[in-house]
Design a protein around this ligand. Structure first.
Ligand code: DO4
Ligand code: MG
Length: 308
């Protein structure tokens, strides 16, 4: 069986995370802030001296951040939210893995554009989400009511400070309305940006604590009524571009005063006969970074109440 094959797995298969960094950064909704950034250690959240949110952290250089994160402020409590902040944009990179190129060519009426962008110097980069549109682990992801087939896109997200340094890693599910994108590449924004189309988290692993790219295994599965209906894996080492190259294009002729989050593209795509259904759970494990788990909801035409 191909690693991306659509075979039905008879029983629950546990994905493993061999690397467990002891310190993470997590965002909490507290009584004072919508996305307060904290140091998460042994299940306890500590305030970061002088820092309220990721927006503040992205003003510092990597060296300054490494020094600052040795300190601990007071213990804080709150509700876990996606590790982003209101000023920060989440962008996506596309067709950055061979598997993604092949899948787009298969699903699209215009396969040539994907082949060309895979080979070109300039990557595909698109705006994906912001804080109000981003859910985190254990919150829903959405599939559009008007799209017959939608798929998860399990991706490594990188946190880039305003100096273009990669300061952290997380997991992004770039949920995509596959039929809409396949119909016409110009529908990309409608396929990528709608309520519930982005899950990010559960937290941020500092860049100096993650394993090397080749060992950063990315595993994903779809679970339906307790059965694994699709499962696949790759690693960040299979990315066809360097992170530095993606970041440099992202910042080209562009202004990110608060830094940015870039989801680096998917290397695992379900085959054409697999599509998300309501109540499916999608689990993504990235070695050394964590586990992002979300359950699927159908997004109706007027999704009132779907954004908190
Ligand atoms: O070209 C469409 C988007 C591709 C994408 O999101 C990916 O490769 O991850
Ligand atoms: Mg993607």
């Amino acid at each position: 069986m191909n690693q991306n094959g659509g075979m039905l797995f008879p029983k629950f298969f546990t994905l493993t995370d061999e690397y467990t960094p002891t310190m993470k950064l997590a965002a909490l909704k507290t009584s004072k802030h919508s996305h307060q950034l904290s140091i998460l250690e042994a299940g306890i959240h500590y305030a970061i001296p002088g820092i309220t949110s990721l927006t503040d952290l992205h003003q510092l250089t990597l060296v300054e951040i490494q020094k600052l994160l040795k300190e601990r402020g007071e213990i804080i409590t709150g509700m876990p939210v996606a590790p982003i902040s209101p000023e920060i944009e989440l962008w996506g990179a596309g067709v950055t893995y061979l598997r993604s190129r092949d899948a787009r060519k298969e699903e699209s009426g215009v396969p040539d554009v994907y082949q060309k962008v895979y080979e070109a110097d300039r990557p595909e980069l698109f705006y994906k989400s912001n804080a109000i549109r981003t859910n985190t682990s254990n919150q829903p992801i959405g599939i559009r009511f008007d799209c017959p087939a939608s798929v998860p896109e399990p991706e490594v997200a990188i946190y880039v400070n305003k100096y273009q340094e990669v300061i952290g890693y997380s997991i992004c599910n770039d949920v995509t309305a596959r039929t809409i994108e396949g119909e016409n590449p110009l529908y990309l924004s409608q396929a990528k940006i709608y309520v519930g189309s982005t899950a990010l988290g559960p937290d941020i692993t500092p860049s100096w604590l993650v394993p090397p790219a080749a060992e950063m295994k990315i595993e994903a599965k779809i679970i339906r009524a307790g059965e694994v209906v699709w499962q696949a894996q790759t690693s960040l080492g299979a990315l066809n571009r360097t992170l530095a190259d993606l970041v440099s294009y992202l910042f080209r002729c562009q202004y990110f005063p608060y830094g940015a989050i870039l989801s680096t593209g998917t290397g695992i795509v379900p085959p054409m006969d697999v599509a998300l259904q309501a109540n499916d759970t999608v689990e993504i494990v990235v070695a050394g970074v964590g586990t992002l788990r979300n359950t699927v909801a159908i997004i109706p035409e007027s999704p009132k109440g779907y954004l908190s």
